[in-house]
Ligand binder design. Structure first.
Ligand code: SF4
Length: 323
């Protein structure tokens, strides 16, 4: 039998790789992006992705990036495949350990996880593993869309409460086992935090809707505007014939500033309310919060984390002159 030479083994010369210069992500001009809610990051080209992946020095097992990844994605393997231009195979590496890689590639805090653990940090910048993950999943979507595997039907029905990332992940796993899944949520549209929390300039909604279409094609059903605990109970679901119920409701309640006078005045918003009103398309807004958001010239954001950053970026895009 002839040896397969179509995919020659990766040559890893760590010293040579350490000399490959870091080139940061391309971002859209701030003067342009301040006027819209489109993605801030300019995606990699295939050539640029291969170049960036070639900066990986393929740390000895266990690589720090894999240990720091909550899903334990085999990042060095994916980096090797990307470097060789084998993007579809790299996408498969992510599918093995993650149900939402196209979303994690965009919104995971990579700087604190895989990229934060990368030893290239010691001298310069880490391998941009997050953007590379997003790149290969987009490439796969364009060239050979992934289909969620559906198992042989068991006749069992499972109710998933909460249409956010946890609910979607459970739904994908359970259709793989052949169960019928119905997801319930209090909001009109599926997505949870992916739709009602993360702004479009960080996570373009077409990425979210395409993933939801994958789930629908796999047979996952959605019932919106249904608050389990008020509109119906878990016992009602069992009485309706569901064999199991998964609770994946997340935490949608903001930290309160009850001791601070004035938090109930007009023009003062809690972050979740502000981000929903500012970022969600009107047709997907719950009825009780469908009135337009009013942002003044001068905006104060209290807090300094990711959510505060999302709020200030939203306020600027909505016309605030100073935040
Ligand atoms: S930690 Fe960084 S250099 Fe090491 S294998 Fe992971 S991505 Fe590559």
């Amino acid at each position: 039998m002839m040896a397969d030479t179509s995919n020659p083994p990766l040559v890893v010369d760590r010293k040579a790789r350490m000399k490959i210069p870091f080139v940061d992500l391309d971002l859209r001009d701030p003067g342009e992006r301040i006027f819209d809610f489109e993605d801030v990051v300019i995606p990699f080209t295939p050539e640029r992705a291969r170049q960036e992946a070639s900066r990986c020095i393929h740390c000895p097992d266990p690589a720090a990036c894999v240990g720091a990844c909550p899903a334990h994605n085999d990042i060095p393997k994916a980096m090797g495949l990307i470097e060789q231009g084998r993007f579809l195979e790299a996408a498969q590496v992510y599918h093995q350990t993650s149900t939402l890689p196209e979303i994690c590639g965009r919104v995971c805090p990579h700087e604190q996880l895989c990229q934060g653990a990368c030893p290239r940090n010691k001298r310069e910048e880490p391998v941009l593993t997050g953007a590379l993950e997003a790149f290969v999943l987009d490439y796969e979507r364009e060239h050979q869309p992934f289909q969620i595997p559906v198992g042989e039907q068991t006749g069992k029905k499972v109710a998933v409460i909460g249409a956010g990332p946890a609910g979607w992940a459970v739904a994908e796993k359970l259709v793989g086992f052949g169960h019928k899944i119905t997801i319930f949520d209090s909001k009109p549209a599926p997505g949870g935090l992916l739709v009602y929390g993360i702004p479009n300039f960080k996570l373009p909604k077409d990425v979210v809707w395409k993933k939801w279409n994958d789930l629908k094609k796999a047979g996952v059903a959605f019932v919106g505007n249904t608050y389990i605990g008020k509109d119906k109970t878990v016992d009602d679901l069992f009485a309706e014939g569901f064999d199991a119920v998964f609770l994946g409701v997340g935490s949608g309640i903001d930290a309160k500033m009850e001791k601070t006078p004035g938090t109930d005045l007009p023009g003062v918003y809690e972050s979740t309310d502000f981000l929903i009103r500012g970022n969600v398309e009107p047709k997907y807004l719950p009825l009780e919060i469908d009135e337009p958001l009013k942002v003044g010239r001068h905006v104060v954001v209290i807090g300094g984390g990711d959510t505060a950053s999302d709020c200030l970026r939203t306020a600027l895009r909505m016309g605030a002159g100073e935040v």
